[in-house]
Write a protein that binds this ligand. Structure first.
Ligand SMILES: Cc1cc2nc3c(=O)[nH]c(=O)nc-3n(C[C@H](O)[C@H](O)[C@H](O)COP(=O)(O)O)c2cc1C
Length: 184
C-alpha cells in the first residue's frame, strides 16, 4: 500500500466472500462519518442509511436479498440506503438530486471500508418493498441500495461462478468510451 487515493480505489475488493465475524463499533462509526462528509446539493444531506448489526434485524434484512445475492447473508453489517426526493434539490427543469447525493455518500462508505481492509459491496438485487415493510420505513422514501459489509472471507467457500468473479481483474471501458475531450 502506498497511501494514494488511486491505490485505495484499486484496492477495493471484488470479492463476495465475507467473513461472519462482527465488526467493531469504531469501524462502523468511521463508515458513517465518511458518508456524513459527502458533498450534497445545498448541503441537504438527504441520504438516509439503515444499518443492521443485530441478529434479529439482520434476519429481517436478509429476507429482502435476491437469490443471486445469497452470499451477502453472511455479512455482519447490512446497510440499506434510502432517500426521499423532497429532502433534496428539485429543480424547476425536472432535475432531482436525492439519488445523486445518496450515491455520493455510498461511494464514501465503500472507500472508507476499503481503507479499513473490509469488503463493502453495493447491491441493487434486493426487494425495496420488503425492506420498507420489515422496518416500517415511511412510504415517501425510496430504498435504493443495499451494501453488504464485512471482513474478508474465504473465497474457496463460494460457488464456482462467484469464486471466479471474486478473483477477477477489474473490467473497465477504454477511456474514450466514457470521456469526451473538448467536444462530444
Ligand atoms: C448500483 C449498483 C448495483 C449493484 N448490484 C449488485 C448486486 O446486486 N450484486 C452484486 O454482487 N454486485 C452488485 N453491484 C456491484 C457491481 O457488480 C460491481 O461494482 C461491478 O461489477 C464492477 O466491479 P467492481 O466494483 O469490483 O470494480 C452493484 C453495483 C452498483 C453500483
Amino acid at each position: 500500500m502506498n497511501g494514494t487515493l488511486i491505490d485505495l480505489l484499486e484496492r477495493r475488493s471484488p470479492s463476495r466472500a465475507i467473513a461472519e465475524d462482527k465488526l467493531g463499533r469504531t469501524d462502523i462509526e468511521k463508515l458513517m462519518h465518511a458518508a456524513q462528509l459527502s458533498a450534497s446539493c445545498y448541503n441537504n444531506q438527504s441520504w438516509r442509511f439503515l444499518l443492521l448489526t443485530e441478529e434479529a434485524a439482520l434476519e429481517k434484512g436478509r429476507k429482502a436479498l435476491s437469490g443471486g445475492n445469497s452470499w451477502a447473508k453472511k455479512a455482519p453489517l447490512l446497510i440499506f440506503g434510502f432517500s426521499d426526493p423532497d429532502l433534496d434539490c428539485r429543480l424547476p427543469d425536472g432535475r432531482d438530486y436525492y439519488l445523486f447525493d445518496l450515491g455520493m455518500a455510498v461511494q464514501l462508505i465503500l472507500l472508507q471500508a476499503t481503507e479499513l481492509d473490509l469488503i463493502a459491496r453495493p447491491m441493487a438485487g434486493y426487494s425495496p418493498s420488503t425492506v420498507k415493510r420489515e422496518f416500517n420505513i415511511p412510504d415517501e422514501y425510496e430504498v435504493y441500495v443495499a451494501i453488504a459489509v464485512g471482513h474478508k472471507g474465504d473465497i474457496e467457500e463460494l460457488d464456482e461462478r462467484l469464486r471466479v468473479l471474486s478473483r477477477g481483474d477489474r473490467q473497465r471501458n477504454p477511456l474514450h468510451k466514457n470521456f469526451y475531450y473538448n467536444a462530444y
